[in-house]
Design a protein around this ligand. Sequence first.
Ligand SMILES: Nc1ncnc2c1ncn2[C@@H]1O[C@H](COP(=O)(O)OP(=O)(O)OP(=O)(O)O)[C@@H](O)[C@H]1O
Length: 227
Amino acid sequence: MTDETFSPVLRVQQLCYSTPNAQIFDRLDLDVFAGESVALCGPSGTGKTTLLSCIAGLIRRDEGRILVAGEEVTRMSRRQLAAHRRNHIGMVFQFGELLPELSPMENVALAALLAGVKREEAYGSARTLLSELGISHEKTPTAYLSGGERQRVAVARALITDPPLILADEPTGALDQHSRDVVADILFDLPKRDGRALLLATHDENVAKRADRRLDLRAGRLTGARA
Ligand SMILES: Nc1ncnc2c1ncn2[C@@H]1O[C@H](COP(=O)(O)OP(=O)(O)OP(=O)(O)O)[C@@H](O)[C@H]1O
């Protein structure tokens, strides 16, 4: 086995970030490996969304390094970051943010088209993924879908570029119990099935306990571990 086998998909080293009002991260470290799910917990306002945003390169950190799939995103230009993100990071948010006037198929295929995939292949992969996730409303604008359906479309969109890292921010927060279980099943299956790394921020203890490890964000650092 090479060293690469043991390299984390996500490595955060000595991350520091402050807003004008508060220090959000104080030399925070985090590794997430292929095939592993990690729940990111902690009280409201401690910086879970901010951490996911720093990892995705949507917010520039003050100090520290972030590596995704072995590449240091904290050194990339905006353009490099956008390209790297499209191919290496899939993101799922609380309300399954989609383009409401577009169908599930269009929303999902668009992510692939933006990543440079050819039209036929993009639509073919979108159809396969949507069918795997049980979405049959190929032509209905996503505005008319239920919360659970939208969230499953959002998962399909996150997966279409086959990213090694999935970031999920309260992905089940807006759902009823049944949809919550369905979406959690799909997300926690990803590391096991495809060897992806999953980092999921949640307030829901039932969701958090399904992760391989649970980390709590407090006072700018991560604590706690469960194998
Ligand atoms: N652009 C900004 N300018 C100033 N403060 C900000 C900004 N973005 C976030 N914050 C502050 O940073 C802190 C962390 O916010 P964040 O949304 O990351 O917390 P969170 O742990 O995800 O909270 P929740 O669990 O409620 O979603 C909060 O105090 C928030 O008000």
